[in-house]
Design a protein around this ligand. Structure first.
Ligand SMILES: Cc1cc2nc3c(=O)[nH]c(=O)nc-3n(C[C@H](O)[C@H](O)[C@H](O)COP(=O)(O)OP(=O)(O)OC[C@H]3O[C@@H](n4cnc5c(N)ncnc54)[C@H](O)[C@@H]3O)c2cc1C
Length: 500
């Protein structure tokens, strides 16, 4: 096999994750990898929360937490609290936890209670009683296990997106990735419709065997040059704008992202070691930018502050193909499902890892390209449905935004079937397995979402259960989780130890 040359267009998080993964996985192949980044077009600069697979990425590229976390002002994350997404008494907030090994003793109780409550038995069905992550969140404890606690804990991170990009650029350079600062102004295609040359404003002509489009929402190669169509998800996900502020960090750093529903969308709070990142994601169809900023300032207690806000626009949906001709798209250039579950970087990682696998399997040809595209499309659609579900089952009715979301019929058949199965009191694992969706968001995530928002029969329809129904005692579960939590250190202490 000839040595391949690869050009990655874009130096945002997606570009640098790709550069590191390709340089690591193909280290023995001696491929020539170059990342081209415009000195004038900035990165999007948001995207500061991750899911657990980011740990696997750092392990794969050979980077320790003590090396990257302090430099990127990173903190640990064990889940997301959703506040004010529902109005039902006792169900106005809940945690979507990252499941971990100690939960294997308590999750059966959650599923049991949840199942019977859906079938009319008065049992505790709120997810916050059952998972270790929720206890770590309450006590602000870091998810790092001591040697005498032999269970694996699943966790993600929060980090400064700009600093993470800089850090990953240094690691990629150590792995032999070349870096060119230039703005691509023309993309030349050959007779077969493949990309043959990128021409830059600085007068260079850059050629490669394979091009990676990591140019952000511009999608300069995939959507602009190769004209791959984009499928919008706007009819089921109304948000298209965000306003972003940084606020000061307190001494007790949270170990979670907080997502609070506001009048026309929701606000994130992402704790870093030196600041909190805050953003209000809203729909410009229901509120203008000034009004959204004022509402958000009031929410943050910043009405009298002159701290500057940054406004962003985004589009939700995905390209029909992620690998077209000799171009792979990663990150915002391939699509974006809004940031509610912080899944975008996970999608970048998944796209690149699956691409490497597929390209290897096809002996560096496009033999398995269709299979790859189908797989990535399924992932996008599964994530979209999980996020749409947050809006569809809302019990808020305070604005037209929430009313329209709650009665939106433009949801997929797949989501409709999951919801029907839940409401009918069936085992939704069967439905998720039937649709092959359990690999994306598993039963526990769907159950936390629906139970956490109180999608149960009304309390006056519930009857008390017999002894078998009441077999799990909440006080025993809480005692067990509190006992487990004794093994973990305060978040701030753990972060300080990393610096040493
Ligand atoms: C409001 C919001 C919140 C988000 N929150 C999260 C989150 O919590 N978690 C998460 O995982 N993701 C989140 N995301 C998504 C996340 O921000 C992106 O997935 C991530 O930052 C990767 O972006 P990117 O690298 O694809 O694009 P960008 O950061 O936009 O980078 C694009 C790069 O391409 C370069 N470029 C573009 N055109 C050219 C050209 N012609 N020539 C040369 N260079 C060019 C630019 O210079 C830049 O380096 C969020 C997104 C939004 C909009």
């Amino acid at each position: 096999m000839n040595k391949k040359s690869i050009v990655i267009l874009g130096g945002g998080t997606a570009g640098w994750i790709t550069a590191n993964l390709m340089a690591t996985h193909w280290a023995d192949k001696g491929f020539d990898i170059t990342l081209v980044e415009s000195p004038d077009i900035g990165i999007i600069g948001v995207g500061e929360g991750s899911t657990p697979p980011l740990k696997g990425f750092m392990d794969t590229i050979g980077v320790q937490e003590s090396e990257w976390m302090p430099e990127c002002k990173a903190t640990y994350k064990v889940g997301i609290t959703f506040k004010d997404w529902a109005t039902k008494p006792s169900f106005t907030q809940y945690v979507h936890p990252f499941l971990c090994q100690p939960d294997q003793f308590t999750a059966p109780a959650f599923f049991h209670n949840c199942h019977l409550r859906r079938n009319g038995v008065a049992l505790e069905g709120h997810p916050d009683h059952f998972f270790l992550a929720t206890e770590l969140i309450k006590q602000k404890l870091a998810p790092i296990t001591p040697p005498n606690f032999p269970f694996e804990i699943n966790y993600g991170y929060h980090f400064d997106a700009g600093l993470l990009g800089n850090f990953l650029a240094k690691v990629a350079a150590r792995k032999g990735v070349k870096y060119v600062q230039a703005t691509v102004v023309e993309v030349v295609l050959n007779e077969q419709g493949n990309i043959s040359v990128l021409k830059t404003a600085e007068g260079q002509s850059i050629s490669a065997d394979l091009y990676v489009d990591a140019s952000g929402f511009r999608s300069q190669l995939l959507q602009q040059a190769l004209k791959v169509p984009f499928i919008s998800a706007a009819e089921s996900l109304f948000n298209d704008s965000a306003v972003v502020f940084a606020t000061e960090q307190s001494e007790q750093i949270e170990v979670q992202t907080i997502s609070t529903a506001l009048k026309y969308g929701w606000a994130w709070k992402i704790p870093l070691t030196h600041r909190n990142g805050n953003g209000y994601v809203y729909s410009s169809r229901f509120v203008d930018a000034d009004k959204a900023e004022t509402e958000f300032r009031a929410h943050l207690g910043l009405l009298d502050s002159d701290v500057a806000a940054r406004h962003l626009k985004f589009k939700v949906g995905r390209a029909t193909l992620h690998w077209a001709k000799n171009c792979l798209a990663v990150g915002l250039s391939q699509g974006f499902i809004e940031p509610l579950e912080a899944t975008a970087l996970d999608m970048v990682q998944e796209t690149v890892v699956r691409f490497i696998e597929t390209y290897n399997k096809g002996q560096f040809t496009d033999q398995y390209r269709d299979e790859f595209n189908a797989r990535i499309n399924s992932r996008f659609d599964a994530i979209r449905d999980y996020i749409v579900c947050h809006y569809r089952v809302t019990s808020r009715t305070d604005t037209d935004y929430w009313i329209e979301n709650g009665r939106n019929e433009k949801i997929s058949f797949s989501l409709r079937s999951i919801l029907s199965s839940w409401v009918a009191g069936k085992n939704i694992t069967d439905e998720l397995e039937r649709q092959k969706l359990d690999a994306y968001f598993p039963n526990v995530s769907w159950s936390c979402l629906l139970a956490g928002k109180g999608v149960y029969p009304n309390p006056d329809q519930l009857r008390s259960g017999n002894e078998l129904a009441n077999q799990y005692k909440i006080e025993n579960i809480e005692r067990y989780l509190k006992g487990c939590a004794l093994n973990f250190k305060p978040h701030v202490q753990q972060l300080n130890e990393l610096k040493r």
